[in-house]
Ligand binder design. Structure first.
Ligand code: TPP
Ligand code: MG
Length: 556
């Protein structure tokens, strides 16, 4: 039997396990939309294609599966760019299907043409640097091979975004309905054998060390390796810190957690690394600018290093390791866990992490280098309230990151998704919407007012589809981070950072959602009763003084 290419594309998405697709239609992509009409895939109409790509990324993060978005040609495709770039930097399996002008008018100046012919915008070039795979599908004779390539990149252990651009006429061409039988939808084995010598060498270094420290990165979360990680820490008394992105890889409320490592953190893990650790196990962490304190050489001086990553590019990227291993983190940690038990590796002397943190806090206070002064007490209280209110866990998409890094201890039951990657403002609300309905935990998007201005209308997407979401909006009438930098490095010559906000109570009212305003700690009493955090759509405004700055330097 013959089916339209558009139908084959929808079936392809179904076989990839896509459950939701986010986007905005246009005439150049209507055949695929028509194919979605009868599909179990749920389509969600976003307000902007960038947000649709962020939604697809949020969906991929919470489900561990493929996120999908769909747009028309020309502006629909170009609006995707930041969202796809974000998926690229976060290694997320996101597929974007975009329309294109019909091939017979390529180069003639067709409406919204982005074929690159005749001086038109060139989608292929535009996406080349931000995708793992991109194809303008001009013919059907290689369609099976293209879809096979796309599936391979999306289902790989180191995935990334794929963009398929399909001209209008090609979407309507007929192909054999058995075409997908030529496509492999298999995930690569995520738990391969780890060569025994890697485990032996790791055990030898751990055995020699007096005070090892584990630095867990996002690779541990992606490999679902929290359980063997926790087992190793607890049995061998090894304290643990994480990159910002891996907060919660080991419960931050547990006795061995030093919190996260990095410029904007409380600084305890950094002190432990400098003062105590003689071996660091860097597990699936890229050691980027923030985590590494701008690649501070002192940080790792005199410390032996074991680095494990499934991506060879990450190994020894910014420092030399005594032992560098390319391996799946789950497989490595399970093998290390088993071998350490089998060989009865002796536990290290117990470390009183709580006492270390208290002493470090005292040092930091004495030196006057605490990141947040009393002007942020109500913000800290708000995060404490969250911990207390949702002991069974919550899901947090976070654009602000500095508050959560300092004030929120991610538990083993939470899921925390900071806006890392390309760090684009306006990410949290759409990304969280991509996760809506995919979790039974209350869903939060944390965002500054500047960020809110970029994506705030997506709250109406939540309203349109009755998607439960709590937005926490930090209102300081300014791009606070920019204002801080202009304060620290430009002599208070403030330019283009301050702005006027709308009245958010009225805005929430007009959107038909609930609103609360937190100006001081006391405003938290009664908050729990005032809204339904699991099923409602809520806007919680936290007011912060325009001149209150976190005390760290971005050095720029
Ligand atoms: C798309 C995009 N444009 C510009 C920036 C640069 N930038 C980083 S933080 C920031 C200000 C953020 O302001 P707001 O969301 O109000 O948060 P605040 O710092 O006030 O808490 C800007 C403009 C960015 N990260 N992304
Ligand atoms: Mg702000």
């Amino acid at each position: 039997m013959k089916i339209q290419v558009s139908q084959a594309i929808v079936s392809f998405l179904e076989k990839l396990g896509v459950r939701c697709i986010f986007g905005i239609p246009g005439s150049h992509i209507l055949p695929v939309y028509d194919g979605l009409y009868d599909s179990p895939i749920r389509s969600v109409l976003a307000k902007h294609e960038q947000a649709a790509a962020f939604m697809a990324g949020g969906h991929a993060r919470i489900t561990g599966g493929v996120g999908a978005c769909i747009t028309t040609a020309g502006p629909g495709a170009t609006n995707l760019v930041t969202g796809i770039a974000s998926a690229f930097t976060d290694n997320l399996p996101v597929i974007a299907i975009t329309g294109e002008a019909p091939t017979h008018i390529f180069g003639k100046g067709g409406l919204q043409e982005s074929s690159g012919e005749g001086g038109s915008v060139d989608q292929v070039v535009l996406f080349a640097g931000i995708t793992r795979y991109h194809k303008l599908i001009e013919r059907t004779d290689y369609l099976a091979s293209v879809l096979n390539q796309a599936a391979k990149h999306l289902l790989s252990g180191t995935p990334g975004p794929v963009v398929l651009s399909i001209p209008f006429n090609v979407q309507k061409e007929l192909v054999d309905d058995a075409i997908l039988e030529q496509v492999a939808f298999t995930r690569l084995d995520s738990d391969p054998m780890i060569p025994a010598q890697y485990i032996d060498q790791s055990l030898a270094l751990i055995r020699e060390a007096r005070r090892p420290l584990i630095i867990a990165g996002y690779g541990c979360l992606r490999a679902d390796a929290s359980t063997p990680l926790r087992n190793i820490c607890e049995r061998l008394n090894i304290p643990v810190t994480t990159s910002l992105k891996a907060k919660g890889a080991v419960d931050e409320r547990s006795a061995l957690s030093l919190g996260s490592l990095g410029v904007t953190s409380g600084g305890y893990a950094m002190r432990y690394l400098e003062q105590e650790a003689d071996l660091a196990l860097i597990l699936g962490a890229g050691f980027n600018e923030r985590t590494s304190y701008v690649w501070d050489k002192q940080l790792l001086a005199g410390t032996k290093l074991i680095q494990v990553d499934n991506n060879a590019q990450q190994l020894q990227k910014v420092f030399r390791a005594d032992l560098a291993i390319q391996a799946d983190l789950g497989a490595y940690l399970r093998a290390l866990d088993a071998a350490s038990r089998q060989h009865d590796l002796p536990a290290k002397a117990p470390v009183d992490v709580a006492a270390f943190i208290t002493a470090a806090q005292q040092d930091i206070d004495d030196a006057g280098t605490r990141i947040f002064n009393r002007q942020f007490d109500h913000v800290q209280a708000f995060y404490r309230w969250l911990e207390h209110q949702f002991p069974d866990g919550l899901v947090m998409f976070d654009d602000n990151i500095v508050f959560a890094q300092n004030f929120y201890r991610v538990s083993g039951k939470d899921r925390f998704y900071p806006n890392t990657g390309i760090s684009s403002l306006g990410h949290a609300i759409p990304a969280a919407l991509g996760a809506a309905g995919m979790t039974d935990k209350p869903l939060f998007a944390m965002i500054g007012d500047g960020g809110f201005h970029m994506c705030g209308m997506e709250l109406m997407t939540a309203v349109n589809y009755s998607l439960a979401l709590n937005v926490v909006l930090f209102n300081n009438d300014t791009m606070g981070l920019i204002r801080k930098n202009q304060h620290q490095h430009y002599n208070d010559r403030f330019i283009d950072c301050d702005f006027t906000n709308p009245d958010y109570a009225q805005l929430a009212h007009s959107f038909g959602i609930r609103h609360a305003r937190i100006e001081k700690e006391q405003d938290l009493s009664g908050l729990a009763e005032s809204m339904d955090f699991r099923n409602g759509i809520n806007l919680i405004e936290v007011i912060i003084d325009q001149d209150a700055y976190p005390n760290y330097s971005s050095r720029r």
